[in-house]
Design a protein around this ligand. Structure first.
Ligand SMILES: C[S@@+](CC[C@H](N)C(=O)[O-])C[C@H]1O[C@@H](n2cnc3c(N)ncnc32)[C@H](O)[C@@H]1O
Length: 192
């Protein structure tokens, strides 16, 4: 399998082990992470948004790809999960961790657009989608995961995913690529 050769970020194992220790059951996978790292590396000095920090796995990949001038904002409403990321990235000045409800954060946010948004929580994906997409810079990326059936999907979730894909595909200001890979991804780039 090709992905067996993917080199993990230095912070990954610590976060992964601590995630297992607290029973965190929603980790993003290595393939998604590897793509995130590549996208982050393609935007030197970029500004990145990670919605759904969890314990910091996706953040570890973004931080690994990001250059020293890049910044990463990562949001989660669960303090216990996010605390692991807080400890691991305590000395990384590029990273701002915010413990807040994602929808409240989107509704209040008036700041600059981002070069890359990873939408891995309900807000920014099934809620506040228009706001999230409005925050992608021209030429910037929006990546969403968990679009293929997952063991941790809520009941009757397929119609939500179908509606999301329908909405994304109807956007004329983005071009997109769906991936039947990893947990099911869709990558969009703003063109309008
Ligand atoms: C799929 S997990 C994120 C996994 C993480 N990105 C990773 O790489 O392992 C989704 C996260 O969204 C958080 N979450 C759920 N509802 C939220 C909300 N309304 N606002 C902010 N975060 C939320 C959960 O606490 C959970 O940590």
């Amino acid at each position: 399998m090709l992905s067996a050769d993917i080199q993990l970020p230095l912070t990954y194992k610590t976060i992964f082990n601590q995630s297992q220790a607290i029973g965190f059951g929603m980790p993003s996978d290595v393939e998604t992470g590897c793509l995130l790292r590549t996208l982050a590396a393609g935007k030197p000095g970029g500004s990145f948004l990670d919605i759904g920090t969890g314990t910091g796995l996706s953040l570890s990949w973004m931080a690994d790809g990001a250059d020293p001038k890049a910044t990463i904002t990562s949001i989660d409403n669960n303090h216990k999960y996010q605390q692991i990321a807080r400890q691991v990235f305590a000395d990384d000045d590029r990273i701002s961790l915010i413990c807040a409800d994602g929808a409240a954060w989107f509704n209040a946010y008036q700041g600059a657009q981002f070069d890359l948004i990873f939408a891995d929580a309900w807000p920014g994906k099934f809620e506040c989608l228009d706001k999230a997409l409005s925050l992608v810079k021209a030429g910037g990326f929006y990546l969403v995961d968990d679009l293929l059936p997952q063991p941790n999907w809520p009941q009757n979730h397929q119609p939500n995913v179908d509606a999301l894909m329908h909405t994304l595909q109807a956007r004329t200001d983005f071009v997109l690529t769906p991936f039947n890979w990893s947990t099911g991804l869709c990558l969009l780039t703003r063109v309008g």
